[in-house]
Design a binder for this molecule. Sequence first.
Ligand code: FES
Ligand SMILES: [Fe+2]
Length: 457
Amino acid sequence: MATRTVIQGRPGPSVQEVLAGDVNPAPAVMLAESPAEHLGHGDVSIQRYFSKAWHDREVEKVWRKTWQLACRLEEIPEVGDHVVYEIVHDSLIVVRSGPDEVRAYINSCLHRGTQLRTEAGSVKQFRCPFHGFTWDLAGKLIHVPGEWDFPNLDRKDFCLPEAKVGLWGGFVFVNFDPACEPLETYLEILPEHFKAFALEDRYKAAHVAKIMPCNWKLAMEAFIESYHVPFAHPQVLGYYGDENTQYDVWPGVRHVNRMISVQGVPSPSQADLDPEVTIRHIRRDVPFYSGAPIVADEEGTARAKLAQRAREKIGRASGRDLSALSDSESLDLIEYLLFPNMVPWGGQALPITYRFRPLGDDPEKCIMEIMLLFSKRPDGSHPAPAAMTWLGLEEPWSMAAELGSAAMVADQDTENLKRIQKGLRTSRKPGVTLARYQESRIRHFHETLDAYMAAEG
Ligand code: FES
Ligand SMILES: [Fe+2]
């Protein structure tokens, strides 16, 4: 039963009204809304977007304290498979150390500090390339060349230091803080919500990383609100619900928030648009809906027919019977944030997960990644996970063909982000001012960030 919530001034139809008219109903977790009513309203300081002192404190208070997405489990299927996860100057070897075990080792030799691994691969042991100290996959020191020359070295004191590891949804998470709360509680409501979306049944079909001309938080903020859509992405207004996007921030929940934007219906600013135009525009921008003609149904809506086309396409690609998949999962942006920097989506037509990280010690650059998580086949098999495509500062997202229609939108945002970063340095106003509702996820993020930054220890 949908909860009806009136957001003062928000134009309709609301997401809940659109979902109520769907042919295949949305999962129960989507049929409620939770507008932020418990957040503050002051400006958010701009120092956090460029100050080196803020960045240094963020390393200590955020990157060394929080759970972070390191990789997908399907990237390390066999014992000895590993990836290298880097965050500012910290580096971890995330390795499948046993058939059902994943560990994360500090990537630094205990002799004189050399990085043990510089890239993903598969090994039986970790051998330092400098003098050959060697550790097994359980982190035990097993070989020291010329050990006679280290009379004071006790092997049991030379186990590789570890970070904490947690698993959820087919993702591997790491945390540098030995005293951190367990991943299970850190994730709060996320596992309950994602029961409907089962990301553990997906595999990484595309992975593109790009150096962005801005602080990691600015990049992320541009992807967690739809308020900017009419100006930054005007091409989508014929088929995308911008101003009626639903934003959810739950009382007492620190690390998770959500937005839902409907597709296959026009923006409230174009409410009377002919549904044939909606269909034409989405087909123009999103090759996914191409193929045989799509005709609006008798009620004059495009949404049901577009959802049907999407179900057929995803079903064919994954070998699954998706005839019962909800219209919303077939069409909409169902986007969650997990503090600090992971943005997983629930739907299947837009199966995105974003990750945002600082680029080394430069607070005015970051690494933004877009992953696409496609469904595995019904027997759980899947193609090999995609290797990562790297794009430099000047290389546009559109160079990565694997991103399809997501690339054009991301390029439009990247152009703005360059100007936002520069403009904030110029500004004489000490804070940014946020919209009460449409930017409530950003507000919520910063309240959690401020709490971490102020924490003792
Ligand atoms: S630095 Fe690694 S063995 Fe010497
Ligand atoms: Fe955008």
